[in-house]
Ligand binder design. Sequence first.
Ligand SMILES: *[C@@H]1O[C@H](CO)[C@@H](O)[C@H](O)[C@H]1NC(C)=O
Ligand SMILES: *[C@@H]1O[C@H](CO)[C@@H](O)[C@H](O)[C@H]1NC(C)=O
Ligand SMILES: *[C@@H]1O[C@H](CO)[C@@H](O)[C@H](O)[C@H]1NC(C)=O
Length: 304
Amino acid sequence: MSTSRTIHQLFQLIIASFITITWIIQQNTPTSTALFNQEKHPSFKTIIDPINCKTVPMDKEPHYTIQQYPNVSKSAVIDHAPWSSHQEVVIKDALLDQQILNMQSDSLFIDVGANIGQMTLTGLIRSIHTMAFDPLEYDITKICSGVKETLDRGLMPLNGMDTLHLYRAVVGNESRGNVSITRPDDGFGKFEQASLFKDTIGAARKPQTLVEEVVPMVKLDDIVPTNLPVGLVKIDVQGFEWPVVQGMKGLLERTSGYPNIVHYEEQERITTLAGFQLGTVQTFLEGYGYICTRLGSDINCVKQ
Ligand SMILES: *[C@@H]1O[C@H](CO)[C@@H](O)[C@H](O)[C@H]1NC(C)=O
Ligand SMILES: *[C@@H]1O[C@H](CO)[C@@H](O)[C@H](O)[C@H]1NC(C)=O
Ligand SMILES: *[C@@H]1O[C@H](CO)[C@@H](O)[C@H](O)[C@H]1NC(C)=O
């Protein structure tokens, strides 16, 4: 009799604990921020590890610049090169920033050739999931310093870093272990000229020496989650645009959630020196129904 009551009480206790634990788990399950966490998202194909900015050492020579977005009353900190003269940048009528600020909150911004993160930070202050790719250690340090400084100054939400998915890699037409990217020497700076093609470096002034960095190459189709809509793909890769778009055929072939905007830079001299033909990318994108407009050295392609 007493044994059966004890078992009964024990059983009730187990049920109660179970309910409590379930409740605690539910209270602690982040909903929106975990949506796209590389470690947890079931559709995320982790072929290379994302960079965790918290583990990247701070930039020893930061040149913090406030980037203001008056339209949305926000600002971000960008860590420019030490020789840069910028103190404050006001983003008023830049088309690309405007397009990022106008993106749907549930869509993904892909920043290929992120450099020091001017566009990446625009995605982060807009609180949209932002995948940023850059091959250079210098750029990764600058991006992370800007992100951490923006967080420290309270300019983005505390969970702001959860929406950043940063990769040190070259984006191309296939995924492979190692490619060599060439950049100007440290004294020359101007790392935005880094390229897979040595000949394209030094338009106005040639650096004295070139430095190589070895990094993985990924194609976007291998790393972008299949079930997230892509709002915008920005490509700034010094002549390597054609391989990048060839590696995103899967995204372009989507019947829904395809990139609404593909915005890329194409400079005649650099594209030609890289061995590609001007207009190849545009013709390719038009084949998928995009309408492209040239604005200086940028081409903005839109598909409704
Ligand atoms: C800010 O708003 C103005 C007026 O609507 C618009 O012309 C401009 O492009 C916007 N800029 C950005 C960065 O959103
Ligand atoms: C990628 O492009 C290179 C040349 O640019 C070519 O040799 C290679 O076969 C291409 N890879 C794929 C998977 O198409
Ligand atoms: C890439 O190169 C580095 C250094 O040269 C080497 O340590 C690493 O094993 C290589 N990785 C692959 C996947 O080939």
